[in-house]
Each structure stands twice: as C-alpha cells, then as structure tokens.
Design a protein around this ligand. Structure first.
Ligand SMILES: C[S@@+](CC[C@H](N)C(=O)[O-])C[C@H]1O[C@@H](n2cnc3c(N)ncnc32)[C@H](O)[C@@H]1O
Length: 371
C-alpha cells in the first residue's frame, strides 16, 4: 500500500509519523510530507501510526488518532479509563500519560499560548491540587441520554467532536459521589426511566450530603435546585449558594486554590475599588469584597440569570458590594465578539453608567470563548 502525499490525506488513511510538540486542544502536532496533522492519544517524541479522522485535500490541516504505537514514550501508562482512547469518550485527552507528565504537557501548552497570543515569555509550573493521582476530582458531570436504536435509554458521554455517545456507568475523573450518581442515572435509564430527559447533570456540592441528579429536558428545561458550596478562604470558611446547573469550578479543590491565587495576585487593600467581571455566583467577589472592606467598593458583573439571584444572596452581608446584571461587553460598550462595530446586528450599546470610569483592581474570569 502506498503512503498518500501530504496534500492528498483523507479520512481513513493511515500514515506513520514521529510526533512533535503538544498543542492547545488535547492533541500533538505532527507533519506528514509538509502537511500539519493534529494527533490525539499520543505523546511528543513517539513514533505512531495515525488514522486520519477529519479533514481532507484543501483543508489547512487534518486530524487523526494514534491507533498503533511503534515507539512509546517513557511517559506512556496503561489508560486508567476503559472508554478513553481512539474512538472513545472525548472528555479526557491524556489518560494514556502519567499524571506527572500530564502536568508537564499542560504547562507547555500554557507557555506556548502565552507566547503566541500574548507575546509573553514565562516559565509555567502546573502544580498538583488535592487529587495527587489526577482522578476522582470532578464535582460536576453532565451525562447525555441516548436511545439504543431509538428504544431503551442509556446514559453516555460524547465522543470527540461528535454527537455520538459512549455508554458509561461511571467516570474515573468524577468525584466518588458523582461516580455513584452516574451509576444511579445509568440504572434508572436501564429500568426505563429518564424517558423525557436528554441529559442528566450529576452534582456533588461540598455543602450537601446528597448528590444532586438534575434531569434536563429538550431546550435545556430543568428544575432549579439550589445547592450550598463551602469554600476555604484565607480568612475562614464561607458558604455560597449556587444553582445545580449554574457555573461553579468543577475541580473539588479549585475554589480554594483560585481564591488564594487571586487574592495573592490582586493584593487588594482596604478602601480600594474592585471590579469582578464574569463573577458567576461570587466565588471571587465575596473574598474580594471582604478585602476592600466597607470603605471600598466591589462591583460584580454577571449575565447568567441562573447565577444572579445567588450572587446577590452570597454578597448580601457586604453592603459595599454591588451586583451589576448584564454582559460585560455590552456594559463596556464594545461590540460582541466576532462582530465589528457598526456591523449589522453587532452595534454596541453606549458604555453603561453602571460601570465606573476606573478601578484599582480588575479581576476577570471569562468563559472559554474569552473576554
Ligand atoms: C468561568 S465562569 C467564572 C465565574 C467565577 N469567577 C467563578 O470562579 O465561579 C464565567 C462566568 O461568566 C459568565 N458570563 C459569560 N459570558 C458573559 C458576559 N458576556 N458578560 C458577563 N458574564 C458572562 C458566565 O455565566 C459565568 O458565570
């Protein structure tokens, strides 16, 4: 069988490559005959057989899966999840990599992004949180509900860049309580339940004894359930309320770590004026408000209706904290992402008077699409 030329690569072709650096997106970069191939389930330095899964002649690059490892990296380990790997669940990219080396690869991705997008040269160390082995940390998992041949329901996780589902009864990166919740959802589906659901959100909040299972119907319809989260801050434990389907940091130890890191970096002094943009339910707003004290001011900006009531409740005791509902881009009077000023449908409103012209500290924690 002849090897296709780089510009002729198409889905199903198999080629042998030596894999280059890791890239943003959970894959590594390789080249075949000058053509860029993004390869999943491999490690820099490995020689692998790649099966092309996406792209073809005319595309800038193609995507593929390492389906055979010819020369393995010393960092390769047996996958710790039975449904990860080529053709499997799209949730985890690095289950075949030792936990320590996963952190090295993640640091390399951050270094590269800072350099490429920000022109910043910076050494990055990814530190371990409470999950020393990289498993059992997710306090939130949404499983989708599928129907086998249109009939019996089952719960599953999505394949990479696909709507297809891999059936699951648990998930090794889920917190043990969430793992049990996924098993319970799978059982319910097998017994003919979850008839009207398209997904189930499984949530283990730190302030709740029971795991919450929220059935999600078509158009995202779901019951609103308020949960309590407990967060260790440098000045003591705080309780916050959050909707079971609202945003909360998914890693069990991330709230504590992010609060500590933000307070350390922002170094807020009493009396300062602080803006917390994309505030969610106020994980960062509350400790920032405590740091400014009553002589300062904290403005928390958030657009999600699921978060806003909880944000107000979580900041209720901070009389100098103000909730500003709305989109950050609209309030600042900048066109929404991807549209230029004056473009049809993209006209930016005037800058809102609700935001002050300046602040001493601005914290922003936008969603993945960016600020
Ligand atoms: C990554 S979360 C961070 C929340 C909070 N800092 C935390 O750690 O819990 C981003 C938040 O931004 C909100 N959001 C998304 N787009 C927004 C926008 N254009 N303007 C304001 N808030 C937005 C989301 O609803 C979400 O609560």
């Amino acid at each position: 069988m002849t090897t296709p030329a780089g510009d002729e690569l198409a889905v199903g072709d198999e080629i042998e490559v030596v894999v280059g650096p890791v890239a943003h997106g959970g894959h590594c970069v390789a080249r075949h005959d000058g053509r860029v191939v993004f390869v999943r389930h491999t490690i820099p330095g490995e020689r692998v057989v790649v099966r092309i899964t996406e792209g073809g002649p005319g595309d800038r690059f193609v995507r593929g899966d390492a389906v055979e490892v010819l020369e393995a990296s010393e960092h390769r380990v047996p996958r710790r999840c039975p449904v990860s790997g080529p053709g499997g669940c799209g949730g985890c990219d690095l289950q075949h990599v030792s936990t320590e080396h996963q952190r090295t690869l993640k640091a390399q991705v951050v270094v590269e992004q800072l350099r490429r997008l920000g022109g910043v040269e910076r050494e990055v160390v990814v530190e371990a949180l409470a999950d020393a082995d990289g498993l059992g940390y997710r306090t939130r998992v949404e499983v989708a509900v599928g129907r086998e041949g249109g009939g019996t329901p089952f719960v599953g996780l999505r394949k990479h860049r696909s709507h297809d589902l891999v059936p699951v009864t648990g998930c090794p990166i889920a917190h043990p309580r969430v793992d049990e919740g996924i098993a319970a959802a799978a059982q319910e589906a097998a017994e003919g339940g979850l008839e009207d659901a398209v997904a189930v959100d499984v949530v283990a909040a730190s302030g709740e004894e029971d795991v919450a299972l929220v059935e999600v119907g078509p158009q995202g319809r779901a019951q609103r359930i308020t949960l309590t989260e407990r967060v260790a801050t440098p000045t003591g434990e705080r309780e916050m309320s959050v909707d079971a389907r609202g945003f909360w940091q998914v890693h069990a130890d991330a709230p504590r770590a992010f609060v500590a890191a933000v307070l350390d970096a922002a170094d807020v002094r009493p009396g300062e004026r602080v803006l917390d943009l994309y505030s969610g339910v106020g994980l960062l707003s509350l400790p920032l408000a405590e740091a400014t004290g009553p002589d300062g001011q904290l403005l928390a900006v958030e657009s999600d209706p699921l978060a806003l009531d909880h944000l107000a409740e979580n900041l209720a005791e901070q009389r100098h904290a103000v909730v500003v509902p709305g989109r950050v881009d609209d309030l600042l009077g900048v066109p929404r992402q991807g549209r230029r000023r004056g473009q049809r449908g993209g006209r930016a409103p005037a800058r809102s008077q609700l935001l002050p012209p300046s602040a001493d500290v601005v914290v922003l924690d936008p969603p993945r699409t960016g600020a």
